[in-house]
Write a protein that binds this ligand. Structure first.
Ligand code: KIV
Length: 266
């Protein structure tokens, strides 16, 4: 029996000062392989809008699409906790539709959801989701769904005052019930200060080494998405070249008559 990562495991990671890993996945086979590799949380990030569907921003993806990708990923996972990123406008209009939309991801196989930002309303959403039995991961610092109000891809929490503000928000999220918080594009020293003052773990997305966990977009890690590479992402492979080489070889073999061979026919 494979041991499943739960909110309790995540809590213990922080208590024991043990780092954990988070990677995105959008399909069944990728989820299966990264789960087998021991990744602790698999996130169906709304980054999939850009890296898998080719949209310009994360705004264009909807609840129905996120549920389809959640189903695919959840089917491939036995060990990791599966978290679905709630898309733009799926939890912003009113609490009952937020609960309904988040519930659809749980029905699709997710173990938790991630929601971006901080406001009185967001705190109420977190409280209600937690009461409903839906664990919530928060997301502060740079929040891509707010790109238009933030004025672009901008580092957040640069000054002591700004770091204090993120910490204040994080403490409110913690009180409302989140089990972890992503800190995106926050300077390392600010993220350290925030992490040291929280009881829930922080997950760095370009927020340095002092956070309790690290998250990256799998297509960046595998070297598959090549339109741009964030400064904080590390490329561990070159899937893009591998796909090109395999496709080119197949194309050549078909056209030269080398495929199929006698062993590949009935
Ligand atoms: O959408 C996403 O993939 C994310 C993570 C990178 C944190 O939100």
């Amino acid at each position: 029996m494979v041991k499943k990562i739960t909110v309790n495991t995540i809590r213990k990671f922080k208590e024991n000062n043990e780092k954990f890993s988070v990677l995105t996945a959008y399909d069944y086979s990728t989820a299966k392989y990264i789960d087998e590799a021991g990744i602790d949380i698999i996130l169906i990030g709304d980054s999939l809008a850009m890296v898998a569907l080719g949209y310009e921003t994360t705004h264009c993806i909807g609840v129905e699409e996120m549920q389809i990708f959640t189903r695919a990923v959840a089917k491939g996972v036995q060990h990791a906790m599966v978290v679905t990123d709630m898309p733009f406008l799926s939890y912003h209009t009113d609490i009952s539709s937020a609960v309904k939309n988040c519930g659809l991801m749980i029905k699709g196989g997710a173990n938790a959801v991630k929601i971006e930002g901080y406001s009185e309303y967001i705190l109420n959403v977190i409280r209600r989701l937690t009461e409903t039995g839906i664990p919530v991961m928060g997301h502060l610092g740079f929040t891509p769904q707010f790109i238009n109000t933030l004025g672009g891809y901008k580092i957040q929490g640069k000054t002591q005052e700004a770091a204090e503000e993120i910490l204040k928000q994080a403490k409110e999220l913690e009180k409302a019930g989140v089990f972890s918080i992503v800190l995106e594009m926050v300077p390392q020293q600010s993220a350290k200060y925030i992490t040291e003052n929280l009881t829930v773990p922080t997950i760095s997305c370009g927020a340095g080494k002092y956070c309790d966990a690290q998250v990256l977009v799998s297509d960046d890690v595998f070297g598959k998405f090549a339109d741009f590479k964030p400064k904080f992402a590390r490329k561990y492979g070159d899937i893009k070249s591998l796909i090109y080489t395999c496709a080119k070889q197949f194309n050549d073999d078909v056209k030269s008559g080398k495929f199929p061979s006698e062993e590949e026919v009935f």
